[in-house]
Design a protein around this ligand. Sequence first.
Ligand code: 5GP
Ligand code: MG
Length: 181
Amino acid sequence: MVESAVVTIKDKSFKPFIEADKIQSRIVEISQEINRDFERNNPLFLSILNGSFMFAADLMKSISIDCEISFVKLASYQGTKSTGNVMTLIGLDAEIEDRHIVIIEDIVDTGKTLSELLPNLKRHRPESIRIASLILKPEALQHDIHVDYVGFEIPNDFIVGYGLDYDGLGRNLRDIYQLKS
Ligand code: 5GP
Ligand code: MG
């Protein structure tokens, strides 16, 4: 189904960008790669909330190998030092030592989130860590992050829908929309 109309969220207008069908077929392709790469590895997927909940759910439907999934959140708070925002990982209840981890992200923009998350996870000594992100903005990347499974590479414009929000709204949209300039 195609939602072809422009959507308005609060003060901004968004135009259709990636249709639901296209998202779904790309996710099936990614899941097939993961099925091949992690056969017999019993990977542990770590879905980074909130944005990745839809991608994680749809991805898992096409993962046919033995696997587990857990959900974590990065809480950002204002540090007391001049270093600014510090991000802490909350909700990591799974034992990740010696496990093959696949991080599920909605979008990698500057890469800051992952550059803080990865050292945090590595302290728990997983066997391997790979990253699956539905969206990558290559022009925005400022950190040395390699995304192993990329759904779509897009230009450096703001998007909403399919889990991604604008000020808390728009996560429920089945298509992805781009901010109208
Ligand atoms: P980072 O810059 O750390 O890679 O991305 C941080 C976070 O910014 C992402 O997880 C996501 O929540 C948010 N973000 C980055 N680009 C966009 C975008 O185009 N749309 C939305 N809705 N969120 C974004
Ligand atoms: Mg995110």
